[in-house]
Write a protein that binds this ligand. Structure first.
Ligand code: ADP
Ligand code: MG
Length: 255
């Protein structure tokens, strides 16, 4: 569904994405993991056409995305920080989006709108909303048009525990419908039950892309957080070990 080839993006001196290659298919929940500033949002925005890569190519459903922007109609996007017109009421925002998309009422997915109880606060202006409520609006909008691909950037950040659970349930339901869901997060415990694949970024580089079964098997860890920590520590240990071997070799050369 999404293929990424040799993707590179630089912001002045900073290499935000450094030769990313990946393939994501329907029915997968891909967790995009990495420290702050590792390039998660830049990768997501590249897929959405909001960041223009320096080189490389992204294909969605087989077509390169730098042609027709129509592919975006099939992607639901929940931004890390949702920006909306300050004075617009929640209800007006939803009406506006429906008008723009011209989607038939029967095709809409109002599930989160109902579960998050947003209908009862339809008359609240966006500027008065707390961060968490804003996240709920963003989430409800991402799922509203029933897209085959969902891209959620730090979706649970700022959500209360109950809402976070509701969102996770929703993600599971959509996964069962064979959709592709890409989630970025640094709260790994949130992703444990959802994830089928993990892509780990660090300083713009893709350190690994693995399915969860392989990751668990290789590390002997069940929890995502621990498994990743083990891969990262394992990597370091190996490097240290090689350093030691080299040091010994160097010392052998000494008279
Ligand atoms: P993450 O989402 O993993 O926290 P980002 O993709 O937001 O990381 O950012 C990756 C790096 O690129 C960071 O160092 C960030 O400061 C930088 N960056 C992101 N967007 C821009 C931009 N528009 N201009 C300059 N630097 C940017
Ligand atoms: Mg980010």
């Amino acid at each position: 569904m999404i293929r990424i080839e040799h993707l590179k993006k630089r912001f002045r001196k900073l290499q935000a994405l450094d030769d990313i290659n990946a393939l994501f298919s329907s029915g997968q929940v891909v967790s995009l993991i990495g420290p702050n500033g590792s390039g998660k949002t830049t990768l997501i925005k590249s897929i959405l056409g909001m960041v223009k890569p320096d080189s490389g190519c992204i294909y969605v459903d087989g077509k390169p995305i730098n042609g027709d922007p129509a592919y975006r109609g099939n992607i639901g996007y929940m931004p890390q920080i949702g920006r909306y017109p300050d004075n617009m009421q929640i209800g007006q925002l939803f009406s506006m989006m429906k008008n723009i998309r011209k989607a038939p009422e029967a095709s809409l997915d109002n599930d989160l709108l109902v579960k998050f109880n947003l209908v009862s606060i339809f008359d609240k202006p966006m500027r008065t909303l707390s961060g968490g409520t804003r996240q709920k609006v963003s989430a409800a909008l991402a799922f509203l048009f029933n897209p085959d691909i969902l891209i959620l950037d730090e979706p649970t950040a700022g959500l209360d525990p109950l809402s976070s659970e509701l969102l996770k349930e929703k993600i599971m339901q959509e996964k069962k419908k064979n959709k592709l869901i890409l989630i970025s997060s640094h709260v790994l415990s949130d992703l444990d039950e959802l994830t089928s694949h993990v892509i780990y970024l660090q300083e713009g580089k893709m350190i690994f892309l693995k399915d969860i079964a392989t990751l668990r098997q290789e590390t002997g860890e069940d929890k995502l957080g621990k498994a990743i920590a083990r891969v990262m520590r394992g990597g370091k240990k190996e490097a240290l070990w090689i350093d030691e071997v080299l040091a010994v070799k160097e010392s052998e050369k000494l008279p």
